[in-house]
Design a protein around this ligand. Structure first.
Ligand SMILES: Nc1ncnc2c1ncn2[C@@H]1O[C@H](COP(=O)(O)OP(=O)(O)O)[C@@H](O)[C@H]1O
Ligand SMILES: [Mg+2]
Length: 364
């Protein structure tokens, strides 16, 4: 007990909470400023505090909450404890570099060097997973040559053809896709400069922040080291790129190219996701490694980037996408949805770390 003569003080509470370390930032949560002093209230033996994390999708949120409760409870004179968890997502990309997207705190690019590996599926489901954690999330379909996001969200291709491109709200996400203005079946031949214009329009001419700042804008990039990826990287500060791949060798080779491209563009690579990792038979529950197994993890190690996790090949993922209600929305309790949530938490944590180091660098 302290100077307050046997009476519990805010300093005691802070001292107790400084035992808790943030696993990614390797510092205690009080030093990191996660415990606002104004939100500590002590009345007799009852204490209430608020812990403000850098993302609502924090992987250790519950753990921290119960740790905080225990630590405060152990202080002399405390009989009841209330710990509220909150989050304030910080924004990356302040300072030099490309123009910040108005109203967007963090841009996360989903890429691969190959089509059909599940970029759009991953983009949509990660966006929904982040939303379910309580974050404000946008989804931008930058795959100009094959915009699939409208179909995956049950929106008719070309439904804005006559009214002009606008953001729509779907399952709590703010979404924009050139597929909204391109009629189904009409082939569009984009050339280099047009692609740049298309991407620029999606990034800067859309009111992404209308209705409140977005914590995360997920960008579904077209496959390859194409003009669109280049434009996206030059048009906006990207907090990090996530590379989607399947475990077979050809696809992996392509993923490695994607990692190299982002490194050249000075975009941090958050890591690799192994999609269609294995198949679980709906009848006998037997697991089959259709495309082989383990290669993506090895490649990640070799490249010095993180392995973010695996998504199994599940028929419902495809049928949910075709039906316009993605699996995280239609079956949030399923194993696949949980795999998406776990990866979303890792990405959110990486974004926070990214911000922290950027801030530390500008401060020093
Ligand atoms: N984990 C998965 N399980 C089952 N089907 C999947 C899975 N991931 C993607 N698909 C299906 O594979 C096809 C290609 O995925 P898509 O996300 O469109 O790839 P990309 O955007 O990389 O071209 C789609 O029909 C999609 O529904
Ligand atoms: Mg796609």
């Amino acid at each position: 007990m302290t100077e307050t003569n046997g009476k519990l003080s805010k300093a005691d509470v802070l001292a107790a909470l400084s035992e808790i370390q943030d696993p990614d930032l390797h510092r205690d949560i009080v030093a990191l400023g996660f415990v606002p002093e104004d939100d500590i209230s002590i009345s007799g033996g009852s204490v209430s505090v608020k812990i403000v994390l850098t993302t609502p999708a924090c992987p250790v949120r519950e753990e921290m909450q119960s740790q905080a409760k225990e630590l405060i409870q152990a202080l002399p004179g405390v009989d009841s404890v209330d710990v509220t968890m909150d989050a304030a997502v910080r924004s990356t990309g302040i300072g030099q570099g490309p123009k910040v997207i108005e109203g967007v705190r963090n841009v996360i690019a989903i890429a691969s060097n190959k089509g059909g590996v599940g970029k759009s599926t991953v983009s949509v489901n990660l966006a929904l997973a982040l939303r379910k954690f309580g974050a404000q999330v946008g989804l931008m379909d930058a795959d100009l040559t094959g915009p699939n996001i409208p179909t995956m969200l049950g929106l008719a291709a070309g439904f804005q053809a006559d009214t002009g491109l606008a953001i729509v709200e779907r399952f709590g996400l703010r979404v924009a896709s050139l597929g909204f203005v391109l009629k189904r079946g009409l082939p569009v031949v984009w050339r280099g400069p047009m692609i740049g214009t298309g991407v620029r329009q999606l990034i800067h001419d859309m009111p992404w922040g209308e209705g409140g700042e977005l914590d995360y804008l997920i960008v579904d990039l077209p496959p390859g080291t194409s003009d669109a990826s280049m434009s996206a990287a030059q048009e906006a500060p990207i907090a990090g790129a996530v590379i989607v791949t399947t475990p077979n060798a050809v696809s992996l080779e392509d993923a490695i190219k994607a990692v190299t491209m982002f490194e050249k563009l000075s975009v941090p690579v958050f890591g690799l996701i192994e999609n269609m990792s294995y198949f679980v038979c709906g009848h006998c529950n037997e697991r089959t490694d259709i495309f082989g197994h383990g290669g993506v993890r090895e490649a990640a190690e070799e490249l010095g980037v993180d392995y973010l996790g695996e998504i199994p090949l599940v028929t419902e993922v495809r049928s949910a996408a075709d039906a316009g209600v993605p699996i995280v929305e239609s079956a949030p309790e399923s194993e696949v949805a949980e795999a998406f949530s776990a990866i979303a938490q890792k990405i959110a944590a990486k974004t926070s770390v990214q911000h922290f180091f950027a801030e530390a660098a500008t401060a020093s």
